[in-house]
Design a protein. Structure first.
Length: 154
């Protein structure tokens, strides 16, 4: 039961930082589009960049505390890969939904942001970005598992 509780707590913290990052994203997007007259697709892209940077730092420092043992450059590289997919999905999804619905871009952006956060960002951050996926780490786990099996057979 402790593992489930821990996973739920991690998920809740990740959603809180995602909401914080989304606030940054939406404020930047709205200010650029409504305040400065920038085309909503560019504004949405720059908002996603701002929100993503916020999310990466918050997740590294607070949500995925085990990541502190990982090299920052590898976390940053893996985050960048996931983030690029997220930005493309968010920007493209916002454009598609806005054009198809004819509504103001913030409404489709909200729908897309929630879907991407739950189906793309969190799963990939939890299983890829903030986790040691190195071959040496995997081999070490296999070796440990093999050793435990041998010890129980004796």
């Amino acid at each position: 039961m402790g593992k489930v509780k821990n996973e739920l707590w991690t998920f809740c913290k990740a959603q809180l930082t995602a909401q914080m990052a989304t606030l940054v994203d939406f404020v930047v997007s709205f200010l650029l589009a409504a305040g400065f007259g920038m085309w909503y697709v560019y504004a949405s892209f720059l908002g996603a960049l701002s929100g993503g940077a916020t999310n990466c730092v918050a997740n590294y420092r607070w949500v995925f505390s085990g990541a502190h043992d990982l090299k920052k450059r590898w976390v940053a590289l893996k985050y960048l890969l996931v983030w690029m997919g997220s930005i493309l999905l968010n920007t493209g999804g916002t454009y598609l939904l806005t054009e198809l619905s004819g509504s103001y871009f913030i409404f489709p952006k909200t729908i897309v942001a929630v879907a991407i956060a739950l189906l793309w960002n969190y799963p990939l951050q939890r299983t890829f970005v903030y986790r040691d996926n190195s071959l040496s780490q995997r081999l070490g786990k296999l070796k440990d598992k093999h050793s435990k099996t041998e010890n129980t057979e004796e």
